[in-house]
Design a protein around this ligand. Structure first.
Ligand code: SF4
Ligand code: SF4
Ligand code: FES
Length: 237
């Protein structure tokens, strides 16, 4: 049986990697490895997951230096020889071991006005959005975001400027800017057009390269820049 040598971050902001030996198996995911360590080697290891099928976004970690969703990452696709290094996500405070505090990440969704604002009452019929409309097609991929934080953790601008709203919050704002039912478009554009908003993006593309759902936040951010500029020209911002 092949043995994996797995270095895992233990501690909070300060701590150290500890090495564990884990049997390698067919079709083994990185989350399987972490679960083995917690169940067999060291029950005090803290980590987070829920669905195990790529739906909830809670299992993201840094694996061999790169942010990934661990439940859908096969060990065979990332292992370096017999070695894995598993750490918490970058750009977020570490609570313990592999668990990060996501509050700042989701606070930025609120700052980017990531909530839907409609104007229909419950007595009115559902609004119908044609799947073929340009606005709906513009966000076909973006609405699939699962809030995993992989893009945020991979963004250098977030590292340099912790106030930057980041790719996920801006991607969310882009979906709502294109939602014809939403009534807060101008307020949302004002929220994302500030110094820490879409204009701070340096178009490095790390977010788009690493998003496990194959979303391109960079494209949405570019769309927000265009929409904000158009709003300025119309005198709305
Ligand atoms: S494209 Fe923009 S948001 Fe995405 S990683 Fe680069 S700087 Fe960050
Ligand atoms: S845009 Fe992609 S990487 Fe970023 S939070 Fe959403 S699903 Fe995760
Ligand atoms: S555990 Fe839900 S996405 Fe990985």
């Amino acid at each position: 049986m092949t043995i994996l040598r797995v270095r895992v971050w233990r501690g909070a902001e300060t701590g150290a990697f500890r090495e564990y030996e884990v049997p390698q198996r067919d079709n083994q995911t990185v989350l399987d490895v972490v679960t083995h360590i917690q169940r067999v080697c060291d029950t005090s290891l803290a980590y987070r997951y829920a669905c195990r099928v790529g739906m909830c976004g809670s299992c993201a970690m840094t694996v061999n230096g790169r942010a990934r969703w661990t439940c859908r990452t096969q060990v065979a696709s990332v292992v370096a020889g017999d070695r894995l290094e598993i750490a918490p996500l970058n750009n977020l405070p570490v609570v313990k071991d592999l668990v990060t505090d996501m509050s700042r990440f989701f606070d930025k969704w609120a700052q980017a006005k990531g909530q839907f604002h409609g104007n229909r009452s419950r007595r009115e019929d559902f609004a119908r959005v044609s799947p073929d409309s340009p606005q709906r097609r513009a966000v076909d991929a973006a609405i699939e975001c699962i809030g995993c934080g992989v893009c945020y953790s991979s963004c250098d601008v977030v590292s340099w400027n912790p106030g930057y709203l980041g790719p996920a919050a801006l991607n969310r704002a882009w979906t709502l800017v294109n939602d014809v039912r939403d009534t807060a478009r101008i307020a949302r554009l004002a929220a994302v057009a500030g110094d820490a908003g879409c204009h701070a993006c340096h178009t490095h593309m790390s977010c788009s390269e690493r998003c496990p759902k194959r979303i391109t936040p960079t494209a949405g951010i570019a769309g927000l820049k265009r929409a904000a500029a158009a709003a300025v020209l119309r005198g709305e911002l």
